[in-house]
Design a protein around this ligand. Sequence first.
Ligand code: FAD
Length: 403
Amino acid sequence: MICPASRADALAQLAEFVPKAPLYARDRNHVRPGHLGVSRLSPAIRHRLITEDEVATAVLGAHSFSKVEKFVQEVYWRRYWKSWLSLRPQVWENYQNDISLLKQDPHLQRIESLQSGNRIIDHFTRELIETGYLHNHARMWYAAWWIHAARLPWQAGADLFLRHLLDGDPASNTLSWRWVAGLQTPGKTYLARRSNLEKYLTSGLLESFDGHWQDFENPTPNMPADSVSHAVSCRELPHFPAKDGLKNGLWIHEEDLSPETSPLGNCAADAILVSADLEFPSLKRAWLEQAVQDTASRAALHWKRDVSTATSAPLADALLAWAVSHELQQIIALRPDVGPLADKLPEIFQVLGKHHIHLALIDRPRDAALRPLGTSGFFKFWETLQKKNFLPGHSRPIQAELF
Ligand SMILES: Cc1cc2nc3c(=O)[nH]c(=O)nc-3n(C[C@H](O)[C@H](O)[C@H](O)COP(=O)(O)OP(=O)(O)OC[C@H]3O[C@@H](n4cnc5c(N)ncnc54)[C@H](O)[C@@H]3O)c2cc1C
C-alpha cells in the first residue's frame, strides 16, 4: 500500500520521510519505482488521518526552513486549493453539472480498460487503478494528454482520478485539472512534451515506451471554454453553533478522521458515529474501510465509549437512525469542505430537522483562519502565511471560538 490507512502508520511514514525532506526539492519531479523521493502521504492528509500542520511541524522541527521550504509549500497547496474553492463554490457546482451531462463515451471506457491506444497512458492508468496513486508529474502528463492530445473533456478525466485516487480530493483534483486545461490561470495551459518525460522518467520505463511518443512530440493547446465565474461568491460561511444542555452525538466523517486533534476532541459525547461513503472501486473502498475502523478505535479510546460506524445506508437516513436509537437532541460534526459530503448537508439538515435534532458544524480554528486567504494566487497565499506567522513553529497563536 502506497500510504497506510491508520493514523499511527501514517505518522510512522511521516517520521521515515522527515530525514529525506531536504532532498525533496531535488528529487520531487522524478518518477521512479516506489516514489521514494516524495512522501506518499497524500491519502492520509486528504482524509486527515494526519493534518497539514502535523506534517509541517515534524519537518520544520528537524530542519531549517530554507532546507525544507519547497516541501512545506507543497503541503499547503491543498489548503490553498480548499480555501480557493470554498470562496467560489460555483466552480464545484458547475463541474458537478458538467459531469452529470457527460454522455457514456465508449472511448472513456476504453481508457479505463487500458486500451487508450497509447502505451504510456495505459501504463499510468494501470498504476492508478492498481495502486490508487500517481506521482504528481505523471498526473500532469496524464491530464495534459487527456485534454490537449486526446481532446477529451477535462471533467471526465477529473472524475476518473477522483474515483481511483486514494487521495481523490474535490479541491486539489478539480482545480489541478482546470489548471492543466488552462482554465485556472486563464491562458496558461500545461503541455506534456516528450523531452520532459524523458528527463524525469526512470530509464527502464523509458525504453518500454520507445515508438509510442507520437502524442507527446509536438503538443498544441486545446483550451476548453470556461462558463463559470472565478469571482469570490462566498466570503462568510453560515454559522451552525452547538447549543448547551442537549444530549450530544459526535459525527466523525471521512473529511476529517483525526477528531481527537480538533475542537471535537473537547466535546462531551453521549454517542459517536464514524461514517464514510464507500461507493468507490475496491482498492479505495478497502482503504477507506480500514481508515474508518482505525478512527473508530481511536475515538473509542479517546471518549471511552462504544463507537458506531455507517458506511452503507444513505447517509441522512443512517444519521437519523443512529440519533433516534441514542435519543440524541444534537449532532456535532466538523464542517466538511466543498465536495460530495458538503453537497449532502441540505438533505441531512432537513431529515434531522423534521425530528427536531439539531446539527452543529464546527471548524478547526486553523482552517477558519486560512480560508479567507484563498482570494488570489498561491504565492500570495504562501507569502501571507509567512508574513502573518501562520506556519507551525511560529509564536503567534491562531485563536478562534470553538463554536
Ligand atoms: C491533474 C492532477 C490531479 C491531482 N489530483 C489530486 C487529488 O485528487 N488529491 C490530492 O491530494 N492531490 C492531487 N493532485 C496534487 C498532487 O499530485 C498530489 O497531492 C501529490 O502527487 C501527492 O503525492 P505525495 O503525497 O507523494 O506528495 P508530496 O510531493 O510528498 O507532497 C506532500 C504533500 O503536499 C500536498 N501536495 C503536493 N503537491 C500538491 C499539489 N500540486 N496540489 C495540492 N497538494 C499538493 C499533498 O498533501 C502531499 O501529500 C493532483 C495533481 C494533478 C496535476
